[in-house]
Write a protein of this length. Structure first.
Length: 327
């Protein structure tokens, strides 16, 4: 039987504590109904017996303190809420315990912005890690040595797992069930809890909002020019001339400030405008394409799918109200 320690940090988001506990408990019930032994010993583990979560609305009673757990097989770090710096500081005593358990053979899985606590351990330095796309800028700023993969729903590297944002943590739980129990049980749980088991990217859910939390005024000017003129054909040379910078200097500073190349930024701004139009207007795909400055349908479709994971038609079918309601 695998011992699973679901951490209950200060400031934990209750759903990402209870969700994994509930799904993994149902796995045990299913196995028992088939005459097989339970697979998981699931325990809530904290720094204290009673942990307030959700801004003090709820108190979670833990089964064990970390000092009571000599060995565990899998540590699940739930999502965190509130001021991230203060929350991490309040939970710093988890860090040496997580490190020592991993070094002793335990696996570690972070859910959503639980990745911040995982990254604080240093265990994902130089490795891939996912988190909520809305937290990507702050994560990169705080943990530049971690390879953040913003579009991923799941990462799996050397016994360390992470998930994308919000309820996509359930996809990681299904992934772990499949890995440790089998595909048939994971499929059953996906049906019981109505989770899309094959979802591997959070790209369709990302709303692009250019990173402007930096002090480079000239790069902010370049960003604003792109955002105000996305309908036009904008070149790197044009931006460099406008700002009286060399192309190399502009590209270096732009990437450092925004985490995007200039070309990527232009594409993302154009595609974000296209997404909004596809969600709310009756314009056909070609009209949307021209309105955001593309003239080549193939290039538009390729870029759109690269960024969102869906074709323009698929995106409209998924998010346009009339398409969803009336088919």
């Amino acid at each position: 039987m695998k011992h699973i320690s679901i951490l209950v940090p200060q400031g934990a988001i209750l759903g990402s504590v209870e969700g994994p506990r509930q799904v993994l408990t149902e796995v045990n019930k299913l196995l028992k109904s088939k005459g097989s032994p339970a697979m998981f010993n699931i325990q809530l583990v904290g720094l204290s017996r009673g942990v307030t979560v959700a801004g003090g609305i709820y108190t979670v009673n833990t089964d064990l303190l970390i000092s009571d757990v000599a060995h565990t097989d899998l540590i699940i770090i739930p999502a965190l809420d509130g001021d991230m710096g203060k929350t991490l500081d309040a939970n710093r005593d988890f860090i040496p315990w997580i490190i020592s358990q991993y070094q002793a053979g335990a696996e570690v899985a972070s859910l959503c912005v639980g990745a911040f606590l995982l990254a604080t351990t240093g265990l994902v330095n130089g490795r891939k890690c996912a988190t909520h796309w809305m937290a990507a800028h702050d994560f990169r700023r705080m943990f530049p040595e971690v390879d953040l993969v913003q579009d991923r729903i799941i990462t799996d590297e050397l016994g360390i797992y992470s998930s994308g944002g919000a309820f996509s943590y359930l996809n990681l739980i299904l992934y772990l069930i499949e890995k440790h129990v089998g595909r048939d049980v994971a499929v059953f749980m996906s049906k019981a809890f109505q989770i899309d088991i094959e979802r591997r990217s959070q790209s369709p859910f990302v709303i692009f909002n250019g990173q402007k939390d930096h002090e480079d005024a000239e790069i902010k000017a370049a960003q604003e020019f792109i955002e105000q003129n996305y309908q036009e054909r904008i070149t790197v040379e044009e931006l460099a001339n406008r700002l009286a910078l060399s192309r190399r200097n502009l590209e270096r500073r732009f990437k450092k400030a925004t985490a995007n190349s200039i070309v990527e930024y232009i594409q993302r701004v154009k595609i974000e405008a296209a997404k909004m139009s596809l969600e709310s207007s009756r314009e056909n795909v070609n009209e949307v394409m021209y309105n955001v400055g593309y003239t080549d349908p193939k290039a538009f479709r390729t870029t759109f799918k690269k960024i969102t994971g869906l074709s323009p038609v698929q995106y409209r079918q998924k998010y346009n109200r009339e398409e969803v309601v009336y088919g």
